[in-house]
Design a protein around this ligand. Sequence first.
Ligand SMILES: Cc1ncc(C[n+]2csc(CCOP(=O)(O)OP(=O)(O)O)c2C)c(N)n1
Length: 322
Amino acid sequence: MATTLSIRELSEHVDRLAPGHRLCAGCAAPMIVRLVLNAIDEPVVVVNATGCLEVSTTIYPYTSWRVPWMHNAFENAAATIAGIESMYRSLVRQGKLPERNVKFVAFGGDGGTYDIGLQALSGAMERGHQFLYICYDNEGYMNTGIQRSSATPLGANTTTSPVGKVSFGKAQPRKDLAAIAVAHDIPYVAQASPHRWKDLMQKVRKGVAANGPAFLNVLASCNRGWRQEPSETIETSRLAVETCYWPLFEVEHGDWKLNYVPRQKLPVEEWLKTQGRFKHLFTPENRHVIDEIQAEVDRRWEKLLRLAEEAPRSPRPTPASK
Ligand SMILES: Cc1ncc(C[n+]2csc(CCOP(=O)(O)OP(=O)(O)O)c2C)c(N)n1
């Protein structure tokens, strides 16, 4: 029977990601993985794209995963989980495996999801496999030394969008991957943040219960790449949501719903100033980039409000308390 999402009950769960892995102190990825796997009561099979999460949890001959887990390559996590799901259903049909309500989950970083694995993800979503794909979005290729990805925000300093005399950092805003997933007309797409843990876990439950593909994009602060203290992970995540840089929403069969509206929408610089990767923007010559980031945040937020307003079963939520 499904447990409720109470801290007390959850504290009695055995974590399906064991401690002792080599992810950095303050990394949001293992927090996200523990929340995800704790939200699922059923047996689960996990596939991992290449990236920090994969290399740091499976240093040969050890593994932190207490569930069946597979790494294939960087570009094909979604194809791999789709293949496992199909194989499982085939073996059940042939009577070779008992029918159990197995859940199929893939984790990928933003490099493995927005960029390198996007073709495999698009294919698996289009074919209608029953799986939940979770992007832990730390907004860069962090495992190989903080290169920019298409999820990196405008103005961020990375090793391949370095700040200097002729560059203010990344020249393009981030790709809207959730909207791309929605365009596949799949049953469930959502965006979440680790500081709203219950919202995240509820979204995982909806995702694995969906009758088809589900996609969840989770903001995953990276203290090495974002240039901040390990202790600031949760506060930075909160500010990303309070500034509407990272809105919390879900889209069920194309029906957009906002899950949280800040009481007071904070200026995006409240989020930017928590991170050294944006430090150079707070100079007179680069100030215009902050204005551009704010304009982009405002434009996307207004669009989201319209989408949620227009959706037939999505009344606009009243301002939520913390
Ligand atoms: C096809 C391919 N290209 C490049 C690499 C090298 N590589 C390994 S991990 C990684 C970065 C992964 O970035 P992301 O998916 O964002 O995950 P993160 O490391 O940030 O968790 C890269 C470029 C690879 N293993 N395979």
